[in-house]
Design a protein around this ligand. Structure first.
Ligand SMILES: [Zn+2]
Length: 153
């Protein structure tokens, strides 16, 4: 396992986000630090983040790199330091089986990841549509309700 992979195995995205000051809600949403975000629109999955507002996405190293304006290498060093990871002595629990046909696996993972992002977005829209439905005809339409109506199809 490479050093970068080790970090990604050990440090979960929501954990790192909270550590570096993002407010992470119980459903793993946070206000996106990469655009002017009024409602939490960044989904923090264990291994990657995705912003429904600006489309920012990546893994835990990308998150830290963008937050602090670092290169991936510097971000990896920061995570290693801040989370006390010892590259020479990785925890036994993360010893993974040797990947077979890594390219195929990477491709599958990417496919699964895309599907998950789409599903998350769909669920978010569905909940917005219910949550932000105007109560009376005079109510100002909430952006989220409008977006949900437009995007659900
Ligand atoms: Zn964003």
């Amino acid at each position: 396992m490479t050093w970068f992979e080790l970090i990604k195995q050990v440090v979960r995205v929501p954990e790192a986000a909270a550590y570096y000051g993002l407010q992470v809600s119980r459903n793993s949403m946070a206000c996106c630090p990469f655009h002017d975000d009024r409602h939490p629109s960044m989904k923090l999955n264990e291994r990657y983040f995705y912003c429904f507002g600006c489309g920012a996405t990546g893994d835990v190293i990308d998150l830290v790199a963008r937050l602090f304006g670092l290169s991936s290498y510097e971000a990896a060093k920061k995570l290693t330091h801040d989370f006390g990871i010892d590259p020479d002595n990785p925890p036994a629990a993360i010893a993974l089986p040797k990947p077979e046909r890594p390219l195929l696996r990477a491709y599958r993972q990417e496919e699964v990841r895309c599907l998950r992002v789409l599903c998350d977005y769909l669920h978010l829209l569905e909940s917005w549509k219910v949550q932000y439905t105007p109560k009376t005809p005079e109510d100002v339409l909430d952006d989220r309700f409008v977006e949900a109506c437009q995007m659900l199809d």
